[in-house]
Design a protein around this ligand. Structure first.
Ligand code: ATP
Length: 386
C-alpha cells in the first residue's frame, strides 16, 4: 500500500489545450479518493497518467514517496479495474483471477497462485463459480471477478475507471456497497473515477471535483455539499441542483425577483457593497410555510409565489416557481450550464417539500427558506462568499 502524490500535473494532447491543468493532490495511504466531474473534464486522463497508460506532460507523480513519471505501468504495482471488466471469455473465473500472476512468469509458485485466488474468491463470494466462464456470469459477478484480479495482485493501490457504468441501477447500488466494503476491509489506497455523483458522495473518504482539467475542490462529501468552494461545485453536487437566484444585499435584506429575503448577519455582510450576488439555495432548504409553526417560521424568511407545476415522487414532492432572470447574471448562468453539461439555463426554482404537502401547480403559496443555509456567490468569479 502507498500514498499517491500529484504535484502540478499537466497533460496536453497536442492541441495546445490542457486536458489536465496543474493538478496537485495528496492521496494518503489507505485513502479512498473519488475523481468526479462532467464529461471531458480530464478525470480518465488523470487516472491513466497515474497508472502509466498516458505520459505526463509536466509535473511529478509520486507513489509511496517515489517519483514514478518514467516507470513502466507494470513496475508501478497498481491494479486497474475497468468499466468493461476486461475479462477473458475463454478462461474460467479461476484463470481470469490468476491471470495477472501468471503474466509475471516465475514470480508466483502454483501454490501461491492457488492460495491468492481462493482467498480473493472467498472474499468476493465467487468460490462456487470458479469453474465457470465469464459468459455464464451475471454483470455483478463479472465485476467481482475483475475486482478479484485486482486483489490477487496485492497492489499498492486500486484504480477504478467508471467500473459500474455498464450495470443497471439496482446492481450498481449493490456493487457500490460491495466496493465500499472491500475497500474498507483491504484498506488499500484507491482512486475511483466516476461522473455519477451518488457514487462520488457515498464511496469516497474525499472527493476531488474537476472542471475542464482544473481541480475545483477536494473535500469530504459532507463538506462539498455544505461548503462548496464555488458556483460550479455547488451546482454539480446535489440533486436536484442548487438554485441560484440573483439578488442585491441592502442592509440585512437580499432583494430578489422572488421578493425580499432576510439574511443572517454573516451572509448579509459577505454580500454587502456588491452590485449583484447569486444566492445559492438548495431545493431542500425550502418548506411549505403552511406546515410550519410560528417558532419554525421565525428561524427563516418567507415569500409568496405562484407555482408553475409540481412533481410527486412518493417520498417527496418537487414544486416549481418561475422567476425573471437578471440580465447581469445571464452570462454567468449560461457558462455555468455549459460547464455542467446542463441543457438549459434555469430561471426556475426547484423546491423539495414533504410528499404530504398539498401544494399544486397554479396555487399561490407561501414558502419558507432556511436562510442560515443560504450561500452567496460572486457571479463574476464564481467564488463562494459565505
Ligand atoms: P468522460 O467522462 O467523458 O470519459 P473524462 O472526464 O474522463 O470524460 P478525459 O477522457 O480525460 O475526460 O478527456 C479530457 C479531455 O482530453 C477531453 O477534452 C478529451 O477530448 C481529451 N482527450 C482525451 N484523450 C485524448 C487523446 N488520446 N487525444 C486527444 N485528446 C484527448
Amino acid at each position: 500500500m502507498a500514498s499517491i502524490t500529484l504535484q502540478n500535473i499537466v497533460k496536453e494532447y497536442g492541441d495546445g489545450f490542457p486536458a489536465v491543468n496543474d493538478v496537485s493532490l495528496d492521496i494518503d495511504d489507505g485513502e479512498f479518493v473519488i475523481l468526479v466531474g462532467p464529461s471531458g473534464c480530464g478525470k480518465s486522463t488523470l487516472l491513466r497518467m497515474i497508472v502509466g497508460l498516458e505520459d505526463i506532460t509536466a509535473g511529478d507523480l509520486l507513489i509511496g514517496g517515489q517519483r514514478v513519471n518514467d516507470l513502466a505501468p507494470r513496475d508501478r504495482n497498481l491494479a486497474m479495474v475497468f468499466q468493461n471488466y476486461a475479462l477473458y471469455p475463454h478462461l474460467t473465473v479461476y484463470e481470469n483471477i490468476a491471470f495477472p500472476m501468471r503474466l509475471v512468469k516465475g514470480q508466483f509458485s502454483a501454490d501461491e497462485i492457488d492460495r491468492r485466488v481462493r482467498r480473493a474468491s472467498r472474499m468476493l463470494e465467487l468460490d462456487e463459480h470458479l469453474d465457470r466462464k465469464p459468459g455464464n456470469l451475471s454483470g455483478g459477478q463479472r465485476q467481482r471477478v475483475a475486482m478479484g484480479r485486482a486483489i490477487v495482485r496485492e497492489a499498492q493501490a486500486f484504480l477504478f475507471d467508471e467500473p459500474l457504468s455498464n450495470l443497471d441501477a439496482k446492481l450498481r447500488g449493490q456493487m457500490r456497497a460491495e466496493i465500499s466494503r472491500l475497500q474498507r476491509q483491504l484498506n488499500t489506497t484507491s482512486v475511483y473515477v466516476t461522473h455519477d455523483q451518488t457514487e462520488a458522495m457515498t464511496l469516497g473518504d474525499r472527493v476531488a471535483v474537476l472542471k475542464k482539467g482544473v481541480l475545483q475542490q477536494v473535500a469530504s462529501p459532507r463538506e462539498l455539499y455544505e461548503q462548496p468552494a464555488n458556483l460550479f461545485v455547488a451546482g454539480f453536487i446535489g440533486a436536484p441542483s442548487m438554485n441560484f437566484v440573483p439578488g442585491t444585499v441592502e442592509g440585512s435584506v437580499l432583494k430578489t425577483p422572488l421578493g425580499d429575503i432576510e439574511l443572517p448577519t454573516e451572509a448579509a455582510s459577505a454580500g454587502a457593497g456588491r452590485d449583484i450576488v447569486l444566492a445559492g439555495i438548495r431545493p431542500s432548504f425550502f418548506e411549505d410555510a403552511s406546515t410550519l409553526s410560528e417558532a419554525q417560521l421565525s428561524k427563516g424568511s418567507t415569500f409568496t409565489a405562484e407555482l408553475t407545476h409540481t412533481e410527486w415522487l412518493g417520498n417527496e414532492q418537487y414544486v416549481y416557481v418561475s422567476y425573471e432572470n437578471d440580465p447581469r447574471v445571464a452570462e454567468t448562468m449560461r457558462t455555468l450550464a455549459e460547464d455542467m453539461d446542463a441543457d438549459e439555463l434555469r430561471t426556475q426554482l426547484v423546491i423539495a417539500v414533504d410528499a404530504a404537502s398539498r401544494l399544486r401547480g397554479g396555487d399561490t403559496a407561501r414558502l419558507w427558506i432556511d436562510t442560515k443555509r443560504i450561500h452567496l456567490f460572486d457571479p463574476a468569479t464564481g467564488e463562494n462568499l459565505t
